[in-house]
Design a protein around this ligand. Structure first.
Ligand SMILES: NC(=O)c1ccc[n+]([C@@H]2O[C@H](COP(=O)([O-])OP(=O)(O)OC[C@H]3O[C@@H](n4cnc5c(N)ncnc54)[C@H](OP(=O)(O)O)[C@@H]3O)[C@@H](O)[C@H]2O)c1
Length: 232
């Protein structure tokens, strides 16, 4: 593996955004490892990417979440970046949200991503990057989505502080605040039904700009000699 290789773990690679991120990163020459819950889809996507290593996990298994980056680092012979796209929606007024569903929303949308990144920050080198998907809901929390919005907001706050803490190690942490996309995400809630939503944006474009670009930018900055970035 060359000095400039970019090795990336994509957590949530069985989903729409994670799948697109893995495919786009591989298209840019990155070597990827995939993690997700649905084993069949992971295996299929790993094969389509030329036999990428993959690992199944559930967000509730926080020890496994914490170990994903270390697993990927071993599988790829090093690790420069981690992309985390796991998440699930939930709809309904606060007074009707069952406690186990509230726990589910906070676990999948906040605790699991936080734990994956905490594990990654132990091993990412200088120039490394963690890109984690939150959502525009953080800026515009909507009625009927209190637990989902609060979990994403907790994640966003954690990422902001983590990023400031690791900046001096040369690691960047990016909060990818995606707009509503036409991936069908809102039609797969753990509870309730989505309100009428405007049509979602094109996931490929948003993934390229908000998820993949920060990984590539951090990597380029880490491999280009000082003073040459931005020249042609
Ligand atoms: N699509 C949008 O409109 C939109 C807008 C803003 C933010 N986002 C965020 O973008 C991310 C990806 O969304 P998407 O559109 O790609 O939706 P998606 O296709 O439903 O992907 C969700 C991902 O989360 C994983 N996941 C869900 N529950 C899990 C659990 N208990 N344990 C482990 N993994 C679990 C899924 O795994 P399996 O598929 O293997 O079950 C899948 O990989 C989410 O964090 C979402 O909040 C989406």
């Amino acid at each position: 593996m060359g000095e400039t290789s970019l090795r990336v773990l994509v957590v949530g690679a069985s989903g729409a955004v994670g799948g697109a991120a893995a495919r786009q990163l591989a298209g840019h020459g990155a070597v990827v490892a995939l993690a997700g819950r649905n084993q069949g889809r992971l295996e299929e996507r790993a094969q389509a990417l030329g036999g990428a290593p993959w690992r199944a996990f559930d967000a509730y298994d926080l020890d496994r979440c914490a170990g994903l980056a270390r697993w990927a680092c071993t599988a790829l012979g090093g690790l420069e970046a981690v992309v985390v796209t796991v998440g699930v929606a939930g709809f309904g007024p606060v007074s009707e949200m069952p406690i186990p569903v509230s726990e589910h929303l906070f676990t999948v949308n906040a605790l699991a991503p936080v734990t994956v990144v905490r594990g990654a920050l132990e091993i990412l080198p200088a120039g490394g990057a963690a890109v984690v998907v939150t959502g525009e809901i953080v800026d515009r929390p909507a009625l009927g989505m209190a637990d989902y919005a609060a979990a994403k907001t907790a994640l966003a706050t954690w990422l902001g502080i983590a990023g400031r803490e690791v900046r001096r190690r040369g690691i960047t942490v990016t909060d990818a605040r995606l707009p509503h996309l036409n991936t069908g995400f809102a039609e797969r809630p753990v509870v309730g039904r989505a309100p009428a939503l405007r049509p979602g944006a094109d996931p490929e474009e948003s993934v390229a700009r908000l998820v993949v670009a920060p990984v590539l930018t951090a990597h380029r900055a880490s491999v280009e000699p000082r003073g040459t970035a931005g020249t042609v």
